[in-house]
Design a protein around this ligand. Structure first.
Ligand SMILES: Nc1ncnc2c1ncn2[C@@H]1O[C@H](COP(=O)(O)OP(=O)(O)OP(=O)(O)O)[C@@H](O)[C@H]1O
Length: 265
């Protein structure tokens, strides 16, 4: 197991007054980008590395992100929280490749068994990043689950082999999110809030991303559905690297606390 340095630098831009903080399931403490100078974080096999990332939207003089650095080990769960306007969505868009950092880099670094970095880091390819935006159900376009999950899949191109491969991935994704045996004829809009989120997750998981990003995945759900989603994410982190962005640390603390309490009782 290799130990890695978590370098934290100022996230303050000219208009940003709140720092972002990362909590990683593999590190005991909160990693505050702005306040924590150096924290060791362990990385068994490979890590998502964000190194000294700055972002200024094209055509503006505003620095939205100033020197963000963190490491997120593969198959772990990271929670980035910060108040409204702190730059969470901006960071998420850079990770998803929707915009490019003004400077700095985002990559995946693998390590050998004795903890040495393998020679070349891999870039984080946008096609390998799954992103579930806030209120994903608002963007459902189809009137049945099958059309919703296969929306955007190759219709003409790609032979039966590709379709079979995608269908198998989808089956696995449905199993992961607890939708196995679910009727594909159902109207996605008729599902409960929690099941809509499961469906949105399954759509992203069908391609088995290197990184799954969720923007406020608990927003607008009742307590039961929230607890379900947290349980699901804890389960999914055994398979995937997951990064959640949220403004509400209290909400996550309460849910994780109750999950632990339920496990102990
Ligand atoms: N293209 C842009 N040009 C100028 N300012 C921008 C641009 N995009 C975002 N901002 C500003 O940057 C700041 C950070 O925005 P961002 O959406 O990343 O914050 P956030 O933490 O996700 O907020 P919320 O929790 O409210 O979604 C905000 O003050 C926003 O108004």
């Amino acid at each position: 197991m290799a130990a890695f340095t978590f370098t934290a630098s100022s996230l303050f831009g000219s208009r940003i007054t709140e720092p972002l903080t990362l909590i990683s399931s593999k590190s005991p403490s909160m990693l505050n980008f702005e306040r924590t100078p150096v924290i060791k974080i362990s990385c068994d096999y490979s890590c998502l590395e964000v190194k000294d990332v700055h972002y200024r939207p094209p055509g503006t003089q505003i620095n939205l992100l100033n020197g963000v650095s963190f490491s997120l080990p593969e198959k772990s769960f990271g929670l980035i929280f910060g108040q409204s306007g702190s730059g969470k969505t901006t960071l998420l868009q850079l990770l998803a490749g929707l915009s490019k950092p003004t400077s700095g880099s985002i990559f995946i670094q693998s390590y050998t068994d004795d903890g040495k970095p393998t020679q070349s880091p891999k870039s984080l390819v946008p096609e390998r990043v799954g992103i579930v935006f806030q209120f994903p159900e608002r963007y459902f376009v189809a009137d049945n689950v099958l059309d919703e999950v296969t929306f955007g899949w190759p219709r003409q191109r790609g032979g039966p082999q590709l379709k079979e491969h995608l269908a198998l991935n989808l089956q696995r994704a449905f199993n992961w999110v607890g939708l196995n045996g679910f009727s594909l004829d159902k109207d996605p809009h008729s599902l409960s809030g929690g099941y809509k989120r499961r469906l949105a997750l399954a759509i992203q998981l069908a391609q088995v991303p290197d990184l799954l990003i969720l923007d406020e995945p608990l927003a607008g759900l009742d307590w039961k559905a929230r607890a379900d989603v947290v349980k699901l994410l804890k389960h999914l982190k055994k398979e995937l690297t997951i990064l959640v962005v949220s403004h509400d640390l209290n909400l996550w603390s309460v849910l994780v606390y109750f999950q632990r309490a339920r496990r102990v009782s």
